[in-house]
Design a protein around this ligand. Structure first.
Ligand SMILES: C[S@@+](CC[C@H](N)C(=O)[O-])C[C@H]1O[C@@H](n2cnc3c(N)ncnc32)[C@H](O)[C@@H]1O
Length: 262
């Protein structure tokens, strides 16, 4: 077993009452939100560029697949939670049209600001609202949305169970949650290459492009600490979702989970 795999295996995948993980570090629960905020304030301006560079553009394919699985149609109300720079908001805004609505919600003011500027430049106006909100305590009425999407966001949330319950609450009966997130590769040889890339190359690219290796080291570590496919599926069921299923994308580097509120 490699040093990286050893490290990940020795970390608690579930938080204790007072502590949780920030990458491979154990931190006080009250501290994690601030540490995550620092990461996204630091990377916001170059977030989109880094997404393309680090994934070789493949994040666009994962996102396209997610939209195809969303069932979102004209007139729907969609919550793009932890929506950051608004890739999903831009696409859903066009799909739901004038009678629909998209809410781009994120806890981080820098990410929201970059998202708002980007969407305005793309001509996305009218059916979109921007809300600064914590996924754990969503400031929306019960039964508001037809679809909630959280993409590459859940990994960063301190209390994931609380956040999933909050998403369940704001969904309408018949609505669905989509969780697109890094997950556990299902092919062993791929894991080795992927681990090398994540822990050796990724922080170096972060250093060169954003002058911030630490945030990209956190990215690699937080992916290893995130609940794997079947664990997340069970967490969604525990939060009340039904017919929960997932698709492995790029051999499990990423997984799309979907669940319904009936
Ligand atoms: C990796 S970015 C993903 C952005 C976008 N959804 C995408 O797929 O490109 C993660 C986002 O999660 C947000 N975030 C982290 N913790 C959050 C929380 N507790 N509630 C809401 N948003 C959160 C961050 O501010 C950041 O914008």
């Amino acid at each position: 077993m490699s040093e990286t795999e050893n490290l990940a295996q020795n970390q608690p995948h579930f938080s204790t009452e007072d502590t949780t993980h920030f990458g491979f570090q154990t931190v006080a629960k009250s501290e994690k939100q601030k540490l995550v905020a620092n990461v996204f304030h630091s990377v916001a301006a170059k977030y989109d560029l880094m997404n393309d560079l680090l994934s070789f553009g493949i994040h666009r394919v994962w996102k396209r697949f997610t939209i195809d699985c969303s069932g979102v149609i004209k007139g729907h109300k969609v919550l793009d939670l932890a929506g950051g720079t608004g890739d999903f908001s831009a696409k859903f805004s066009r799909i739901v049209g004038e009678q629909g609505e998209v809410v781009l919600a994120d806890i981080n003011s820098s990410m929201l600001e970059v998202g708002r500027d980007k969407l305005r430049n793309l001509g996305v106006v009218g059916n979109i609202n921007y809300v600064q909100a914590n996924a754990e305590e969503l400031p929306f009425a019960d039964n508001t949305f037809d679809c909630v999407i959280i993409s590459f966001g859940l990994r960063n949330v301190t209390d994931k169970d609380k956040a999933l319950r909050s998403m369940f609450r704001v969904l309408k009966p018949g609505g669905r949650l989509l969780v697109l997130e890094f997950s556990k590769p299902i092919l062993d040889p791929l894991s080795k290459v992927y681990n090398f890339y994540s822990f050796n190359i990724l922080p170096k690219i972060g250093e060169v492009v954003v002058n911030d290796a630490d945030s990209y080291r956190y990215l690699a570590e937080s992916i290893r600490m995130h609940p794997e496919q079947d664990v997340l599926k069970e967490m969604m069921s525990q939060a009340g979702f039904e017919q929960v299923s997932y698709y492995n994308l790029s051999a499990g580097i990423v997984a799309l989970h979907r669940g319904y509120k009936f």
